[in-house]
Design a binder for this molecule. Sequence first.
Ligand SMILES: Nc1nc2c(ncn2[C@@H]2O[C@H](COP(=O)(O)O[C@H]3[C@@H](O)[C@H](n4cnc5c(=O)[nH]c(N)nc54)O[C@@H]3COP(=O)(O)O)[C@@H](O)[C@H]2O)c(=O)[nH]1
Length: 792
Amino acid sequence: MDFTKISALHYRLPSPVRQFIVLLSIIFLIEMLLMAVLPQVTGREVEFKDALVDSMGLVTVAAPFLWAFIVRPLRRTAVAAVFREEVLLRQMVDGVITFGEDGTIRSLNPAAERMFGYRDDEAAGMAIDCLLSADGGYFRFAVQASGGHGTRQLAYELEGIRRDGSRFVADLSVSRIVFEDHRAVIGIVRDITARKRDEQNLLVFKRAIESSVNGITITDATNGENLIIYVNPAFERMTGYAGHEVLGKNPRFLRGDDRDQVELRKLAMALEERREGYFVLRNYRKDGSQFMNELYVAPVRDRDGAVTNYIGIMNDISDQRRYEEQLVYQATHDPLTGLPNRNLLQDRLGQALALESFRRRNPIGVMFLDLDNFKKINDTLGHTVGDMLLKAVANRLRNCVRGGDTVSRLGGDEYILILPNVKEMHDVTTVAKKLLGVFSTPFLLMGHELYITASIGITLFPSDGDTVDALLKNADAAMYHAKEQGKNNYQFYSEEMNTRVFERMALETSLHRAIRQHEFLLCYQPRVDLRTGRISGVEALVRWNHPEMGLVPPARFIPLAEETGLIVPIGEWVLRTACAQNKAWQDAGLPPLRMAVNLSARQFRQENLIQMVADALAETGLDPRWLELELTESLLMERAEQSVSILRSLADMGIDIAVDDFGTGYSSLGYLKRFPITNLKIDQSFIRDIASDPDDAILVRTIITMAHGLGMKTVGEGVESLEQIDFLYRHGCEEVQGYYFSRPLTAEGCEELLREERFLDLRALRDGLPGQRSEERIRALASSADDCRVTA
Ligand SMILES: Nc1nc2c(ncn2[C@@H]2O[C@H](COP(=O)(O)O[C@H]3[C@@H](O)[C@H](n4cnc5c(=O)[nH]c(N)nc54)O[C@@H]3COP(=O)(O)O)[C@@H](O)[C@H]2O)c(=O)[nH]1
């Protein structure tokens, strides 16, 4: 037998010759023993030589029988067994390599051939290191370690090297075989690369599950109980339960007594249908606190498709939910008052309209409530008080309506109320009156007792509009109408109101265009010095030369320009043009005079006002002492402290300051004293009846005296008659302005007047002869000035 080719199991085959020799030797020894014992039994002596011959004879006779009946059958049985094992070996999925103790390969079984890519005959004679590698001779050590102990098996993890050089993880069990004088090693090799990879993957999965921020539960679904068999650390953190406390429980314990949840029913259905699902549940921690559990449940199936487990992945979304709710709240509520905002209002009104369009039972009332003169409070007392007032109003309105009604705030001082299910018109008026009534009690805010009123516009669905936008727009128009009607009242919408709103919008659009296309012009109304009768100054008055409407008076567009902010560019243009005109007259050799320019509230609050005025003077070259800025009394008092500093800066530049419409507002004497005011212009409403109304007469006299007391001069405005001039003259008023002397004129008209040196003859007044005759005389002397007509 070629020992080098013997397969691993051949080593275990007993040698037949040895068996035969051993048997013959036993027979021989027994015969020899009998020959030695026999003389003592029989008493007959047997020669050793005879005994030896006999024994040899017996062995010779027995030999064929032993071979035929014992050794050969044994050999055959053994070979059959070896053959069977050989077949088994060949079929083994594990590779079997036999090699000598010197590491020389002797054989490979077919599995080893496939595993390493060598044929058995190719591998024979190669060093085992070529197929199996271990660092630092580890492999040899392993072989030696198994030596001397027969079939003792040792297992190692090595690197298998294929013929193509690729490597794999090999699991090797080695047994040392000793056969007669031959020693060999049998190595059983298994490619465990996949197993290793799987083990590694399992480790990664386990690590991932353990380090997941999501709580993970695994339940056993085989017995229908669905009891927890695993929870990860995140579950413990999320719920406060330790793993051992929940193992063996059904996860439903997390819901506590809170069974009435739609999502719970959905979960139960998913489990019943053995499918995955996503649910958001109210669950409870060990300490009883609630959390929102975003749960994903997925079944695990075996090869036959039967569900063996459920994996539950939990996410505590309580914070996220709170944040979402907060976002929704913020998107739908006014942060200041907590009332529904425009979004929610539109939503609710839309729903009410949809429902009512379907039911067609009752009208829906929409009320647009706007506070009267709120801006003044905000400007005078500051935004903190303004905000407090808006909140206090919101509370009063809320308390004034029924549960199904909506009170919302659009922004600013505008509130919208929705009254669904209005049974009778009377109901709406009752609510409107009630709403106005809530303002009858003053608001006490930060030590201020504030009296405020509101104007309300009312629209009804379906008669005044059938969409949210239409109803709100029409309620807005009705509210404007209520303002026009003197504020503090309510008005129902009518179609004409929209026409007016439309006109307003059209006016605003054309105002923008007017600025772009330079449609404005200035008129100048002279002012006469009552001490000399000569023109001492002019007031610049803006006009709008509208392409279709003709000359538009400022009263029609200045408030709108003020509201829209367009007054800022318009006012800047007025100031520059007036300064330039005054300088032009001076340059033309006309006697120098003061140019009065009106400043509106918005302009006065303009941040760069001082700079803008300085620039206008610098650019036109007008000396500041020939410029006077007119501001209304109420404007100055709105933010008196701030006004003081602005006025001081202007006065420091050398500019005169006049208070326009004096007497119509409320003035604090304390502030009047502090304002660097040069002139008080007595409002024309007091001048008008000065000669006939003793109250007006007293008032005008008082204003003149007070002005003088404060070191200011006075100007009588809107002077139309000689009596008025006489009165003002006699009481020391310094200047007059009005149609009596001249209407506002174009620049050319005014220049003509100045060139002619028109004046007011005051002799009659000085002579103390006011009356019809002297009036006629004065009128004759006075200019028959043209109106400010536009010829452009
Ligand atoms: N911010 C700005 N406001 C301006 C500017 N230009 C004018 N205005 C303001 O518009 C209001 C109306 O002005 P107007 O229609 O020009 O009326 C002025 C005079 O025409 C009128 N007046 C003058 N004398 C008489 C008279 O004898 N009788 C009579 N019934 N009216 C008369 O008074 C207006 C001048 O008023 P005042 O400015 O208060 O001196 C008016 O408030 C203007 O201020 C502008 O450029 N910017």
